[in-house]
Design a protein around this ligand. Structure first.
Ligand code: ATP
Ligand code: MG
Length: 249
């Protein structure tokens, strides 16, 4: 059996738009090992989101093979895929995707509602623990509009963590945030990766954000054109400390 978290081979995704066919992924092959922090880069339309949606089992490839933690995703039914996604994947989006009239705590409890073996007491405890891990223990009852952008993204990260997934996927997770807040979020991702060994796949446009990861895969027109190990990984915590005004979280 494979000990890889992700193993994809010649992955293709085509979208049919009437008579036209858009080939978003044209045969992508790579592996991700447990504990890696990978960024996916590439210009707009290169296939990053399409790739991430397939990795997260939100979408299926038109062709090729995808093993997630040793499971052949192509052989699963829609229901089995939903169960696999809920157990193995945590998602973080650019626009946070929190429920508006729902507290931070309830937003984080949400993924656990699908798991009938978890009692409401346990659900509460695990959500509190996840919010503590992102340093939001003081904001449990706040609604999303009572939180800053960076705090909302930390709630979204806590929600991604609460199921103890094998992999966290993030699509432009710092895209709406200023430099300082982006570094704070990247420091959090680096800590999750380095201290808890979380495997992370992170889509970004920005080379200075990619410099916080240990490997960068570059897509162009639906193909991998570069796959580099970063020898000098930058510390987001150090970059934060070097910014003119001290961080206050
Ligand atoms: N559901 C869809 N139906 C039709 N075409 C699609 C669909 N999703 C994506 N595409 C096309 O596939 C290509 C890749 O899109 P994708 O969203 O993966 O790009 P991206 O690299 O994430 O871009 P961006 O940086 O702008 O977010 C684009 O040409 C896009 O128009
Ligand atoms: Mg995209």
């Amino acid at each position: 059996m494979s000990n890889k978290i992700v193993s994809i081979r010649e992955l293709k995704r085509e979208f049919r738009m009437g008579a036209e066919v858009v080939r978003a992924l044209k045969g992508v092959t790579f592996d991700v090992e447990p504990g890696e922090f990978v960024t996916i880069m590439g210009s707009s339309g290169s296939g990053k989101t399409t790739m991430l949606n397939i990795l997260g089992c939100l979408d299926k490839p038109s062709d090729g093979k995808y093993l997630l933690d040793g499971v052949d995703v192509g052989s699963l039914s829609r229901n089995e895929l939903a169960v696999l996604r809920n157990h193995k994947i945590g998602f973080v989006f650019q626009s946070y995707n929190l429920l508006a009239r729902t507290s931070a705590l309830e937003n984080v409890e949400l993924p656990l509602l699908y798991n009938s073996s978890i009692s409401s007491k346990m659900r509460h405890e695990r959500a509190v623990k996840a919010l503590e891990a992102v340093k939001l223990a003081e904001r449990l009852d706040h609604l999303p509009n009572q939180l800053s952008g960076g705090q909302q993204q930390r709630v979204a990260i806590a929600r991604a963590l609460v199921n103890e997934p094998v992999m966290i996927l993030a699509d432009e997770a710092t895209g709406n945030l200023d430099t300082r807040t982006s570094y704070e979020i990247m420091a959090l991702f680096q800590e999750l990766n380095q201290q808890q060994g979380k495997t992370i796949v992170f889509v970004t446009h920005e080379p200075d954000i990619a410099a916080f990861s240990s490997r960068t895969i570059t897509l162009k027109d639906g193909k991998v054109v570069k796959d580099n190990r970063n020898t000098q990984v930058r510390s987001a915590r150090e970059m934060l400390a070097a910014l003119p005004v001290a961080a206050d979280y």
